[in-house]
Design a protein. Structure first.
Lengths: 273, 444
């Protein structure tokens, strides 16, 4: 659906079900240069099981208007604005990669609004490879190719997509090339590289938090994810083996199982706003 | 996102020959079986009611019923998508069913397509005679008439379709320019690249939005199994206009799902499967999918041999006293030679059309007297194949349509196999000797 946040049109997938304000809200925040479509194998489940879902396209990404936000802090505030714009007072957040930095910062800034936090492929800091950052900022499609290579584990490189007929690396690459690379990936990578508040933000988080990490994640390795999780009080960690950074697609069913258990336990669908 | 090991390097994603052998399959998820298993089953157990509902609602990936998808077929689909540089693929029971499914996924009754005139005869009949029965009309344009494609586009046109190298005359479409024409009009370009396989050309890299193959031909390669496939490029913006409402607006068949919003770069494939395979059902058998996978494992080496043999046959035919003309994109005076150099850098394919001196009568004598070359209605076998199109594959066309499609009565269509080249030439000598006899008789 489309709606306005701070005067700019935003697109968010509602998981194939009408947006219903009587149901608890889960917001999914995608990674650098990507779009809401990365969440298709999680969002539809929750939308069909008692939740209102918004898998947002960040400003300047996917089908959303405006320009990409330049800092993780601005993105965190924007997520809070999304919640208010759709008439909610609280929400559960799910983030992937850069989306982890955004949702974590948001949860630390707005503890009364954010009720649970689920981080996939997260870390306290995501310093960028200088070559990759330069390629993205110079609009070079090689940045996308490198990102797709590094972001995928065996399922991505060999195949075996959970949805019959889809091929991971080319699909992900096409998503990342759907808008001008320097305006999406370039801006996002710079925002990640500049963000230094992750570990401090983590210490402030007191809500139920889940970290899903993958043994084959070269972009946010397990040890970095664990370092972050250790700083979040009561944080739960789940590790997916034989999988890369794009765990939400590469091992969609295993990720959904863990996420489902965490969210339905800590933010059950019977709660309504 | 730091990866010191990869700093300063190119992506390490697998390349063509590796993908031909491995894409789409992980042994550890299949009992360690090194070869792709044949899942000879109609249906798949649901864990519980919730799991069943999730699969039907497209909440989760997985298999329900082998008409819609099958694990062996899915390996083939992923493998071809990977080789073509596509986001997704959907395998079908034949190349013709792939074309039909592409059209029915794009078009509604009352819609229109612009179509190259030089196509396999069955495809011509589909567009000329069968699709109008569904209310879908087509305008045919000669493949070299690039401006003609633009002029033929109407308000209700939903796509441009053509074979990259037309069957049987070997005329090329200027794919990059025709892709631009299609995209300027907000419609996709669908290219049948059966003759090329992704080893010779990846149409998506040249602007095509959907690629069609008869996998029966070079991809499977051994003349054993029927199969077809649709491959999606993932770059076409279905939401740029209101031409494709069943792709961009809530679809009643899946709880109001909008394919374009939900699946973006794989929307076409998802719709073709969810709607087309469900409602039309041209599914590929797992055994045939496996047979095609065997062929794809050796695609590169076979195509190299096909192309090198074809170039030697072109040279032989060009200098032969019984041959009136030869059409193959490798020939320097072929009208599309320069375009072929650009689009087909790895080889110009193994389909040759040539005219035999003495016309139809000589052609029939030639075909009746070759022994090694097989006279049959197929192309892309490992074995050399010959046919006289005007009396076989294109025989259901009238004189005017034959002429418009660039066919003549003296034309022999040759699909060069991978036998020893000297054996093929010797066989052709027998055919040519026999072909000369009727002329000698008639001259007396």
């Amino acid at each position: 659906m489309k709606f306005k946040v701070n005067g700019t049109e935003v697109f968010a997938s509602t998981g194939g079900r009408p947006f219903d304000k009587k149901k608890p809200l889960i917001i999914f925040v995608h990674g650098s240069g990507l779009t809401h479509m990365t969440w298709v194998l999680q969002t539809r489940y929750f939308a069909f099981h008692g939740y209102s879902v918004l898998a947002v396209d960040m400003p300047g990404h996917g089908l959303s208007g405006g320009e990409s936000l330049k800092s993780i802090e601005d993105m965190a505030d924007w997520v809070k604005d999304v919640i208010e714009s759709v008439g909610y007072k609280e929400a559960s957040l799910v983030g992937h990669s850069q989306g982890c930095l955004v949702t974590m910062e948001c949860a630390s800034r707005y503890p009364s609004i954010i009720k649970t936090l689920s981080l996939m492929g997260g870390a306290g800091a995501i310093p960028m490879n200088p070559e990759l950052l330069s390629l993205a900022e110079n609009n070079n499609p090689k940045a996308v190719d490198l990102m797709m290579d590094w972001a995928h584990g065996p399922a991505g490189h060999f195949g075996g997509h959970p949805v019959p007929g889809l091929y991971h690396i080319n699909t992900g690459g096409m998503l990342a090339k759907s808008r001008t690379i320097k305006n999406t990936l370039g801006v996002d990578f710079r925002a990640c590289d500049n963000y230094k508040n992750g570990f401090e933000a983590a210490k402030k988080i007191k809500i139920p938090t889940l970290s899903i990490l993958a043994t084959g994640d070269k972009m946010c390795p397990v040890k970095e994810g664990k370092k972050l999780a250790d700083l979040i009080e009561g944080s739960k960690v789940e590790i997916i083996d034989n999988c890369g950074h794009m765990m939400l697609l590469e091992e969609a069913d295993r990720v959904l199982k863990v996420l489902k258990q965490f969210i339905t336990t800590n933010y059950p669908a019977k709660i309504s706003n | 996102m730091t990866d010191k090991k990869n700093k300063g390097t190119d992506p390490k994603t697998y390349k063509f020959d590796t993908l031909s052998l491995h894409a789409g399959y992980q042994p550890h998820k299949n009992a360690g079986s090194r070869q792709v298993p044949i899942y000879q089953t109609t249906s798949y157990l649901f864990d519980d009611v919730d799991h069943a509902a999730a699969l039907f609602n497209l909440e989760r990936g997985g298999h329900i019923y082998s008409r819609i998808s099958n694990p062996t077929v899915a390996v083939l689909e992923e493998r071809v998508a990977a080789l073509e540089g596509g986001t997704a693929a959907l395998a079908t029971s034949s190349g013709m069913s792939a074309i039909f499914l592409a059209v029915m996924t794009l078009c509604e009754s009352g819609d229109h397509l612009v179509v190259s005139s030089q196509l396999y005869g069955g495809t011509v009949n589909l567009f000329r005679l069968t699709l109008p029965k569904f209310g879908i009309k087509c305008t045919f344009v000669k493949p070299r008439d690039t401006d003609g494609f633009k002029k033929a586009i109407q308000k209700n046109t939903k796509g441009i379709f053509g074979e990259l190298v037309g069957n049987p005359g070997n005329e090329l479409m200027n794919m990059p320019e025709i892709a631009k024409i299609a995209h300027d009009a907000g419609i996709p370009l669908i290219v049948d690249a059966t003759y090329q396989t992704p080893y010779l050309c990846k149409p998506i890299n040249h602007g095509a939005d959907i690629v069609v193959h008869s996998l029966t031909k070079w991809m499977a390669g051994h003349g054993s199994s029927m199969a077809g496939i649709l491959v999606e490029g993932g770059n076409f913006d279905w939401m740029q206009n209101d031409k494709f409402p069943t792709m961009t607006t809530p679809y009643e068949g899946y709880h109001g799902l909008s394919f374009a919003e939900e699946f973006g770069p794989t929307a076409f494939t998802m719709k073709a499967r969810a709607e087309g395979m469900r409602d039309f059902g041209p599914c590929l058998s797992p055994q045939n999918a496996w047979n095609v996978l065997q062929g794809i494992e050796t695609l590169s080496v076979r195509m190299q041999k096909h192309c090198s043999n074809a170039e030697k046959m072109v040279e032989y035919l060009l200098s032969h006293e019984s041959v009136a003309w030869v059409s193959h994109p490798s020939v320097p005076d072929h009208p599309d030679h320069e375009l072929a150099k650009k689009l087909l850098p790895n080889g110009k394919g193994s389909m040759i059309a040539f005219g035999i001196k003495g016309g139809k009568e000589a052609g029939e004598a030639f075909i009746n007297n070759v022994k090694l070359a097989s006279h049959l209605a197929n192309v892309g076998d490992t074995r050399t194949l010959v046919i006289h199109p005007a009396s076989a594959t294109h025989s259901q066309m009238d004189e005017a349509t034959l002429k418009f499609a660039g066919l003549s009565h003296d034309m022999i269509r040759l699909s060069v196999g991978i036998e020893d080249i000297e054996d093929i030439k010797n066989d052709f000598e027998s055919g040519f000797r026999a072909a000369r006899k009727p002329r000698l008789v008639s001259n007396q």
